[in-house]
Design a protein around this ligand. Structure first.
Ligand code: CA
Length: 230
């Protein structure tokens, strides 16, 4: 599970604290320090959820929110507004600015996680689902199990995470660098070639139970996961 969260917060300490906690929880995190940067970053890559501070330099959180809602890609992206004071809350509750939820600072991290999960579950249930099925392949994140053609497949931890990532984004082409970021993590230095090695192992393991290789090599681009059902 690696939902991508965009944190829009100009207070360094809070942004770092949020990033640390969300990453520890298994989320992928990016930080924007003002409203304009938030719009640029959200356009570059659509987040699964946005945490938006109310008071921001350049463009306020409210205005950034409004503009995000006007774009097709972020029209329905869950947005949680973070506010500094209770009186902002009054404005928030009475305003139609497009956020889905709000929290007043200081808030507790577990509370924020709970709200985040609730919104993600509603917006993108597959991101939080433990069991995903694509074609004849089934992956169970909680039990750490993979079945293909109703038979169990034994995978190493890296192949497991690779397959999980593919199955959550069927049909999408990932470059080796994107797979490294998503599966190995951004802070780990691994050569792009390593991806090919693990893709090879994953293919070999699945081949025993699945007739058609679900991993497609996309020339000079990367890999994609495709089954008849997806
Ligand atoms: Ca602020």
């Amino acid at each position: 599970m690696q939902p991508y969260i965009l944190i829009v917060e100009d207070e360094d300490a809070l942004a770092t604290l949020l990033e640390y906690n969300f990453e520890k929880e298994g989320y992928e995190v990016a930080i924007a320090i003002d409203g304009e940067e938030a719009l640029v970053m959200a356009a570059e890559r659509t987040p699964d959820l946005i945490l938006m501070d109310w008071m921001l330099p350049k463009l306020s959180g409210v205005e950034a929110c409004r503009r995000l809602r006007r774009r097709k890609e972020t029209q329905a992206t869950p947005i949680i507004m973070l506010t500094a004071r209770a009186d902002e809350t009054d404005k928030i509750t009475g305003l139609d600015y497009g956020a889905d939820d709000y929290l007043v600072k200081p808030f507790s991290i577990p509370e924020l996680f709970a709200r985040t999960r609730a919104l993600l579950r509603r917006a993108k249930p597959s991101l939080l689902e433990d069991v995903i099925r694509q074609g004849s392949i089934e992956i169970d994140n909680k039990a750490f199990r993979v079945k293909a053609g109703e038979k169990e497949v034994h995978l190493g931890p890296t192949e497991f995470r690779l397959l999980d990532h593919f199955m959550r984004h069927p049909g999408r082409v990932f470059s080796r660098e994107q797979l490294l970021d998503a599966v190995w993590g951004r802070d780990v230095y691994v050569e792009a070639r390593t991806v090919d090695v693990h893709i090879g192992r994953l293919r070999k393991a699945l081949k025993k139970n699945v007739e058609i290789d679900p991993i497609r090599t996309v020339r000079s681009a990367g890999y994609a996961f495709e089954t008849a059902a997806s």
